[in-house]
Design a protein around this ligand. Structure first.
Ligand code: ACO
Ligand code: KIV
Length: 579
């Protein structure tokens, strides 16, 4: 970098438009879309597409809903010429789709281009030449009159050649290449002259396409340029005003949107922003930006991954994982507060009414992306994401404090591995930490004896999973949980108090089970236990046993084999069997 860029890069001069109207405008309908994937996109590829690949892409563009498709530069390559012939000769162009072909403003190239589309029902013939001072001076060594003459002469030639092929319905398109860096009055002068040379019939319109061939200014400046042209062009009523923004500054989408607000009727671009250098404006983003504002773009991206796969295969270029609406990671939240808000958003989101899930501008389902992939967990994640995935995968509804406890366990794993923790990993961790925490105490069953409304007497059969010893623990209380707590307290020799518990069913019908999450105070320790069983009381008793086991594995001194006055001592396995 040089210390004074001002000595190397002149600042862009704005156009004189003080009473600009576009800042107050709103976009209320989609523009006319024109896909130039098979021309501007194709010309920028490392390996340009074969005829077969172009055909696949063309068919996808038709399926998406494009009605105008620039299919190539037939005078530049045999592949493009033959591709256009194939489309026409094999009747592959639907009646409501117009193909477009590009040519330089040179007679020989115009002739070849017109020959390439012989037999087509309707064609947009697109002619361009650069007008800017830089190109006049450096590339073409001519003056204003010189480049204007090229444009007007080419238009006159096109007019005559098209008239000789009347079976085709022609639309003429002229692009003053480098429009955004051309003196604006001069660009208007050439465009007016071109339209006059074509002299459109009453029902006919000429497309004037004003490219930001290289994006050189902030998008508001481009919008000023478009509004200026919109207000000053001589035959505006006979003109479809089109824009063709490139993305050199990374603001092509904004430039296109502001240009529509400024009066543009039509946008040319490529899917996912392919194109020369940093690309053309991304039509997927533009379309889905409209969609997110409640305006149907008239393009179908309801299976965005299918479109993305096809474009990646044809272009041999990947779509960035964070590409708006389509990237692999864009319906994913890693950070805790985002996951929390998304989880809460899904909980309040109903099937009707406005979309209101925070952090997700559109419903992923609308582009056939799955909710399952919405939340992913790494070391930046919090309880929201972890518990969301657990709920999605297994239907477990963890109470808040348990969510906090378990997310710390998950975070330790992700900190240690430095990697994302998958949904399957989270389920396995949860099962290992809680549902399989059956050492030493494993609940085998329970019985109630002589119980009434005020007092439940319970006998819990347990087994020491390490030694195989068994015991029956007895307790009494005002309900099954209270009675079981009493039995376990006596057994482990520690004061035991159930702080909180939460239950719910998972699954349905014969596969349904009860889940119980229990917060237990053991001595000075608070610990969670989780139990799952077909019987709701047994699930609670298993949760209690789980809490004891976890307290012990966390270092709390619990004598699992403790015998007290009202509980049985553990006995070896065979003795209990024979008893
Ligand atoms: C911004 C864009 O993306 S524009 C589209 C760019 N795409 C392409 O160019 C597609 C591939 N192009 C090609 O293969 C070639 O350029 C061809 C086959 C079309 C033409 O090749 P060539 O005849 O060798 O011409 P080339 O493109 O090098 O241009 C040379 C001449 O054409 C003139 N020329 C270039 N562009 C234009 C234009 N748009 N209109 C009129 N004349 C032009 C130049 O002034 C130059 O003239 P000179 O020989 O008198 O100095
Ligand atoms: C031919 C024109 C429209 C072009 O591709 C450009 O200026 O980028």
């Amino acid at each position: 970098m040089i210390s004074d860029p001002a000595s190397k890069y002149p600042r862009f001069s704005p156009v004189p438009l003080r009473d600009r109207q576009w800042p107050n405008a709103q976009i209320t309908k989609p523009p006319i879309w024109m896909s130039t994937d098979l021309r501007d996109g194709n010309q920028s590829l490392i390996d340009p597409m074969s005829i077969a690949t172009k055909l696949r892409f063309f068919e996808e563009l038709v399926a998406i809903g494009f009605k105008e498709i620039e299919v190539g530069f037939p005078s530049a390559s045999e592949t493009d010429f033959n591709f256009v012939r194939k489309l026409i000769e094999e009747s592959r162009i639907p009646d409501d789709v117009t193909i477009e072909v590009l040519t330089q403003a040179r007679e020989d190239l115009i002739e070849k281009t017109i020959a390439s589309v012989k037999g087509a029902k309707q064609v947009i013939l697109h002619v361009y030449n650069p007008l800017s001072p830089q190109f006049r001076r450096i590339v073409y060594n001519t003056d204003r009159a010189g480049v204007k003459r090229i444009a007007v002469d080419a238009t006159t030639i096109c007019k005559a050649r098209c008239a000789a092929q009347p079976e085709t319905q022609w639309t003429y398109q002229y692009s003053p290449e480098c429009f955004s860096s051309t003196e604006i009055e001069f660009a208007k002068d050439v465009c007016d002259a071109v339209v006059a040379a074509w002299s459109p019939a009453a029902h006919e319109k000429v497309i004037l396409n004003l490219p930001a061939t290289v994006e050189m200014s902030t998008p508001n400046t481009y919008a000023d340029q478009i509004e200026w042209m919109h207000r000053n062009l001589a035959q505006r009523e006979n003109i479809i005003l089109s824009v063709h923004p490139h993305n050199d500054r990374g603001t092509a989408v904004a430039a296109a949107e502001l240009a529509i607000m400024a009066g543009a009727d039509r946008v040319e671009g490529c899917l996912f922003g392919n194109g020369e250098r940093t690309g053309n404006v991304d039509l997927v983003t533009l379309a889905l930006n409209l969609y997110s504002q409640g305006i149907h773009p008239a393009l179908d991206f309801s299976d965005i991954d299918r479109v993305k796969r096809l474009v990646e295969e044809c272009n041999q270029l990947p779509v960035h994982p964070r590409h708006p609406y389509a990237g692999e990671l864009v319906y994913t939240a890693f950070s805790g507060s985002h996951q929390d808000a998304i989880k809460k958003g899904f909980a309040v989101q109903s099937t009707t009414g406005f979309w209101q899930v925070p952090y997700l501008p559109i419903d992923p389902a609308d582009v056939n992306r799955s909710y399952d992939a919405v939340v992913r967990v790494n070391s930046q994640s919090g309880k929201g994401g972890v518990s969301y995935l657990l709920q999605q995968a297994e239907g477990f509804e963890l109470p808040r404090k348990l969510q906090m406890e378990f997310s710390r366990i998950v975070q330790t794993v992700s900190d240690n591995t430095g990697k994302e923790v998958s949904s399957a990993d989270i389920v396995a961790l949860f099962k290992h930490e809680y549902l399989e925490a059956q050492i030493p105490l494993q609940v085998q069953g329970c019985k109630y004896r002589d119980s009434d409304a005020d007092c439940v007497n319970i006998e819990v059969s347990v087994c020491n999973a390490e030694s195989g010893e068994r015991a029956v623990l007895s307790g009494s209380g005002n309900g099954p949980v209270d009675a079981a707590a009493q039995a376990f307290m006596d057994h482990c020799g520690q004061p035991l108090f159930v702080v909180d518990y939460h239950e719910h069913a998972v699954g349905a019908g014969s596969n349904s089970a009860a889940m119980c999450y229990m917060e237990v105070k053991l001595g000075n320790h608070t610990v969670f236990g989780v139990g799952r069983d077909g019987n709701i009381s047994t699930a609670a008793i298993k949760a209690l046993a789980c809490a004891l086991n976890r307290a012990r594995s966390n270092g709390l001194d619990i004598n699992a084999n403790n015998a007290t006055s009202n509980s049985a001592a553990m006995v070896p396995d065979d003795r209990s069997k024979t008893a």
